[in-house]
Design a protein. Structure first.
Length: 632
């Protein structure tokens, strides 16, 4: 219901109540009130805190307001709130308990609570609104008013007098009046009877408003807290690097990016945070010392070859400018009091964010180019291949064991070593299979112990499971040509087959292969990944095509590199697979396609790590004949 009718709430609330879901509404509120506070004719800004607002809202008034202002959802809300929710408080004995009925406000946990509150309190907001006297701003129960001190006081007295009839009980003792220093004494005089705390700067909707020193102190205190959090993540990264990286990129880093969007400047205050990231977190994550050029590379998004460990100093100004530009329409409506078209706001916001994204991508390309000019040529090759092949999705997902997206600390660090062409941490010096000097190249090529075949089968089995879910009837290692005992010719087998992938009920044969695209033979001939993969495909087709045609089928080589880059035919198969699964599961094609790609990437990562860390030596247990057992 919220998805179907929330646009109605956004339109009716406009810029008067920004908790209705308007895009970037909270950022527009901070930007507008900040600009108004900095004007010469503004004396102060009152931030009002209400008591238990969501539970105190008049429920009959809320339902009536929704009937008038939000009619498409009013019947659903009436049916949801026509009865009283029950809370049972246990007593000392089983028979002694109390029953509380929720008769006012919104029910805790209700998915429509925020929207219902926005509509329920809107008549009070409109009643207090008067842009010629003052400028007010509301986000849920957090209200603010700016202007000269006398008019702010009059507005607050109206809130105290008229708010209770709507279920809005402002608390003067918890409210703050932010004033400019030259008006401090006047504010103390005019607001003495209201018992409002008077300050020079204060937190506001996640940002900070007030004098420059107060805002700087607010940013510094926030940075100090984030530095401690980074140190905690650095400790966790020693044992659980994938989880620590996910927590950093999906959670912690978004805390300061929001602050940077709503608080201008103070880039120098982020220096301790940058140093903590580069000196403690990144080395703990990678498992080794990191050069400055690598920090620059790691600050790029994963799809650009980085690790999304951004530099907070370089992101501050672009984030603020983008947020300020995207919320211009809402800012103007808050300032003037005129109605706003949510459609116009969304279009403008998307346009501004697109322009900001293009500028950010341009900066990222320049940074990547500068990094590529510095790093050795042997590291440029895999990095360019990964970026062009879009093989970094595995770095952007949560480490969910149920989906097979979790890696051990060694697996993650080994794959990062392969990705950036480094020697893995604590890497053996001698091969336990053949006794030769052990290197990454040797590990990828050595067939002793069957690790190459085992990893190949793991990738194959991943494709088989996905194909079974999509089409069913998969055959593993189908015999295309049986062994001839008379001539001694061995049998010819594909890796797996299934009907209906490419056309009708025609059988499609598939054969997997994992290629080390940086093998010495390819490097000496200066062969690109495209050329290497094309040759591998041609070799497979020369081997299987004629037989497949005789069997009224087709052959599709599934070629990938050790760093998860797929050949075009492998990518085409994944698209067909994702399309089939999306239709079968009734899920968006884009999300299913991303899931299929990431599953395949994790299968390849595990297959490669098996070659790097797996044992090639065979072990035998002692038997009774060899001396184990009773000696009497």
């Amino acid at each position: 219901m919220a998805l179907a009718t929330r646009l109605d709430v956004e339109e009716v609330c406009g810029a008067d109540q920004l908790c209705s879901g308007a895009k970037a509404g909270i950022e527009a509120a901070v930007h507008t009130m900040r600009d108004i506070f900095l004007r010469d004719d503004t004396e102060g800004l009152l931030l009002v805190d209400a008591s238990n607002a969501f539970n105190s809202l008049s429920r009959p008034a809320m339902l009536w307001n929704c009937r008038v202002l939000w009619p498409r959802c009013s019947r659903f809300l009436f049916n949801s709130y026509r009865g009283f929710s029950v809370i049972i408080l246990k007593g000392v004995t089983p028979s002694s308990f109390k029953v509380l009925h929720s008769r006012e406000g919104t029910t805790q946990g209700c998915p429509l609570a925020m929207l219902a509150y926005a509509v329920g309190i809107l008549p009070l907001i409109l009643r207090l609104k008067n842009p010629t006297l003052h400028i007010q701003n509301w986000f849920a129960d957090d209200s603010a008013c700016s202007g000269d001190l006398k008019r702010i006081g009059n507005w607050f007295r109206r809130v105290l007098a008229e708010g209770p009839s709507y279920g809005y009980f402002a608390e003067p003792s918890k409210s703050l009046l932010v004033v400019k220093e030259e008006h401090l004494e006047e504010a103390k005089s005019q607001f003495a009877s209201l018992q409002v705390d008077i300050v020079l700067a204060s937190r506001f909707l996640g940002g900070c408003l007030g004098d420059g020193d107060g805002v700087r102190k607010f940013v510094r205190d926030k940075v100090d807290g984030w530095v401690k959090a980074v140190h905690c993540l650095a400790d966790a990264a020693k044992t659980y690097p994938q989880s620590a990286h996910s927590a950093f990129t999906h959670s912690l880093s978004h805390e300061w990016t929001y602050l940077q969007r709503v608080v201008e400047g103070h880039e120098d205050e982020y220096v301790p945070l940058r140093d903590a990231i580069q000196k403690y977190f990144t080395p703990s994550l990678i498992g080794r010392e990191v050069l400055q050029v690598e920090h620059d590379l790691f600050s790029l998004p994963a799809k650009k070859g980085g690790l999304a460990i951004s530099n907070p100093i370089s992101t501050a100004a672009p984030f603020f400018d983008a947020s300020k530009a995207a919320t211009t329409v809402l800012q103007q409506s808050i300032y003037s009091g005129d109605p706003v078209s949510i459609t116009d706001h969304v279009h403008h916001c998307r346009s501004a964010l697109k322009a900001a994204r293009l500028q950010r991508e341009s900066r990222e390309r320049e940074l990547l180019s500068s990094v590529l000019e510095i790093i050795p040529s042997e590291r440029q090759r895999p990095l360019k291949r990964i970026v062009a092949g879009e093989a970094s999705g595995w770095l952007t997902v949560l480490p969910l064991a149920a989906e097979g997206f979790d890696l051990s600390a060694t697996q993650l660090r080994d794959q990062l070593a392969v990705r950036y062409h480094h020697v893995p941490v604590a890497f053996p010096s001698t091969c336990d299979g053949c006794g030769e000097d052990f290197s990454v190249q040797h590990a990828l090529d050595c067939k002793k112990g069957g690790l190459v075949k085992q990893g190949h089968n793991d990738v194959r089995d991943n494709d088989v499971r996905l194909a079974e879910a999509a089409w069913g009837g998969v055959t593993v290692e189908p015999v295309m040509v049986p062994e001839d005992d008379k001539t001694g010719h061995p049998s010819l087998q594909a890796d797996w087959s299934v009907r209906g992938v490419w056309e009708g009920s025609r059988v499609a044969f598939f054969d997997n292969r994992i290629i080390d695209a940086d093998a010495p033979s390819y490097l000496s001939a200066n062969l690109s990944w495209e050329t290497v993969a094309k040759r591998a495909v041609q070799t497979k087709k020369r081997k299987y095509s004629a037989i497949a045609e005789e069997l009224r089928g087709s052959i599709t080589p599934l070629i990938c590199s050790t760093d998860c880059v797929l050949h075009i035919e492998y990518a085409a198969f994944q698209k067909r697979l994702a399309s089939r699964l999306a239709a079968k599961w009734d899920r968006p094609y884009s999300s299913v396609m991303a899931w299929v790609r990431v599953r395949t990437q994790f299968a390849i990562i595990r297959a490669v790590d098996l070659r790097l860390r797996g044992s090639r030596r065979r072990f035998f247990g002692l038997t009774i004949d060899e001396g184990i057992g009773p000696t009497f």
